[in-house]
Design a protein around this ligand. Structure first.
Ligand code: HEC
Length: 95
C-alpha cells in the first residue's frame, strides 16, 4: 500500500509542469528548428500570407506532423518547445 502511495506521488510530480507557460524551453525549441527544420523550408513559410496554421493548437499539430515525417521521434515536450518558439517568433497566437 505504501509503495502505491509513493507511485501515485511520483506520477503527480511528473505531471506538474504540464500546462504551465514557464515550462516551455524556447531556446531548446529554437535549436531544434535550426538543426532539423531548415532543409525544406525557412521562416518564410511561417509568415506567408496564406499560411496553413491558423491556431496555437494547429501549430503544435503541424510541428508534430513535420517531425514525424522526419522520423525525429521527439517527445511531446520537444514538440511543444518548438511550437512555442515558432509561436513567439512568428505566429503570435494567444494560446
Ligand atoms: C522534408 C521537408 C520538411 C522538413 C525537413 C520540415 N518540414 Fe515543415 N513543412 C513541410 C511541408 C511540405 C509543409 C507544408 C507546406 C505547404 O503545404 O504549403 C510544411 C509546413 C510546416 C509548417 C506550417 C507552415 C504554415 O503554412 O503555417 C510548420 C509550422 C512546419 N512545417 C514546421 C516544421 C518544423 C518544426 C520542422 C522541423 C521539425 C519542419 N517543419 C521540417 C516540409 C518539411
Amino acid at each position: 500500500m505504501k509503495s502505491l502511495t509513493t507511485l501515485i506521488g511520483i506520477i503527480c510530480l511528473m505531471g506538474l509542469p504540464i500546462g504551465q507557460a514557464s515550462a516551455f524551453d524556447i531556446q531548446a525549441g529554437k535549436s531544434q528548428v535550426t538543426e532539423n527544420c531548415t532543409s525544406c523550408h525557412g521562416s518564410e513559410l511561417y509568415t506567408r500570407k496564406d499560411r496553413l496554421v491558423t491556431s496555437r493548437k494547429g501549430l503544435s499539430a503541424q510541428v508534430q506532423r513535420c517531425q514525424l515525417a522526419l522520423n525525429l521521434n521527439w517527445f511531446d515536450d520537444e514538440v511543444e518547445n518548438t511550437a512555442e518558439y515558432l509561436n513567439q517568433d512568428y505566429y503570435h497566437f494567444n494560446k
